[in-house]
Write a protein that binds this ligand. Structure first.
Ligand code: FAD
Ligand code: NAP
Length: 313
């Protein structure tokens, strides 16, 4: 069996952008191939309730993504469980090498690799990852039943994580480096009303303290950003929710980037700096970063790819 697979359109990524691009390009009879990557369904698979997907007052993130995958498959997209390790955009057809040993070639590529969680970069954070330090409350919250936890961040993710953790933890302290949150007001309202949550304003986390044997977190050391005064907050779990960085490893040295590493697209389109390569979703969007905007860009990318291929013919 050949280990090379050619398609007119190769979609890399299986978040809302990738699956929407797959639905549209399948309906355009382009027989797209979509490679899912290590997180099939993308970022929404690590959350619980999504309340801003139009048409669903409330839907579980993982359920929504399964529905999107089923939709793309039903329209005729081929969904492949694989991970792209290298991409050569220097010639057409473009060449994508995958972890499985397969090589995917394509006349057009839609990049939808999304974003990955940011970390603080502390050595102690690295040391206790998986032993009390996490970037996913949905995945790990259950382990902190009846225990105290600390969350750092001030955006929607941090507030959502903090609220979710109140289902398990006895106390949740949200540490934020400023004196106001950037999370949506409705989320802030829920946070401030929750008796299990306390917010520590104007503080950074400077160290994570814990035991070595068995490994486990016992406290986080925080510092007042104005006075420099330090204190330790006892906790068994520490959740980092300080945002995400675009997943541009495959293309960072091939495509034009901007705004700290996001793939640059021509305004109002999904055209990147290489003809035939389109980008959609969180890897190109430093402003909105929502499921619905990512899906919208996935649609645009499929339409842009369709027009590009028609012009080539
Ligand atoms: P992502 O969802 O990031 O998906 C990226 C995909 O690319 C993944 O499938 C990954 O496996 C794949 N990939 C990456 N690298 C490779 C590779 N080398 N090879 C193959 N595949 C690869 N937004 C909302 O609108 N409402 C919400 O309620 C909401 N809640 C959120 C809760 C949390 C905890 C988080 C983290 C985010 C939330 N967001 C929410 C934001 C939303 O999830 C993102 O805006 C959206 O998922 C971005 O979609 P995307 O398709 O661009 O990429
Ligand atoms: P974000 O909006 O970028 O917020 C990151 C937060 O972390 C900010 O409050 C920031 O502080 C703080 N921060 C960043 N670096 C830090 C550091 N080194 N130390 C301490 N704090 C640090 O990221 P996000 O909350 O992950 O949200 C990402 C996108 O997904 C947003 O567009 C958001 O709307 C979307 N999202 C939506 C929902 C929803 O609709 N329900 C849920 C989750 C996410 P400053 O405020 O000082 O910059």
């Amino acid at each position: 069996m050949s280990n090379t697979r050619h398609s007119k359109v190769l979609i890399i990524g299986s978040g809302p952008a990738g699956y929407t691009a797959a639905v549209y390009s399948a309906r355009a009879m382009l027989a797209p191939v979509l490679v899912q990557g290590l997180q099939p369904g993308g970022q929404l698979t690590i959350t619980t309730e999504v309340e801003n997907w139009p048409g669903d007052t409330q839907v579980q993130g993982p359920d929504l993504m399964v529905r999107m995958q089923d939709h793309a498959t039903a329209m005729g997209a081929e969904i492949i469980s694989d991970y792209i390790t290298a991409l050569d955009l220097s010639n057409r057809p473009f060449v994508a090498s995958a972890d499985s040993g397969m090589t995917y070639t394509a006349d057009a590529i839609i990049l939808a690799t999304g974003a990955q969680a940011k970390w603080l970069g502390l050595p102690s954070e690295e040391k206790f990852k998986g032993f009390g330090v996490s970037a996913c409350a949905t995945c790990d919250g259950f382990f902190y039943r009846g225990k105290e936890v600390v969350v750092i961040g001030g955006g929607n993710t941090a507030v959502e994580e903090a609220l979710f953790l109140t289902n398990f933890a006895s106390k949740v302290t949200l540490v934020h480096r400023r004196d106001s949150l950037r999370a949506e007001k409705i989320m802030q309202d829920r946070l401030f009303k929750n008796p299990k949550v306390s917010v520590l304003w104007n503080h950074d986390v400077v160290d994570i303290l814990g035991d070595d044997n068995p490994p486990g977190v016992t406290a986080v050391r925080v510092r007042n950003v104005h006075s420099g005064a330090e204190q330790d907050i006892p906790c068994a779990g520490f959740f980092v929710a300080i945002g995400h960085t675009p997943a541009t490893q495959l293309v960072a040295d091939q495509l034009e980037l901007h705004n700290g590493g996001y793939v640059k697209v021509k305004a109002g389109t999904t055209h990147t700096s290489i003809e035939g390569v389109f980008a959609a979703g969180d890897l190109t969007d430093h402003v909105y970063r929502q499921a619905v905007t990512s899906a919208g860009m996935g649609c645009m990318a499929a339409l842009d790819a369709e027009r590009f291929l028609a012009e080539q013919n």
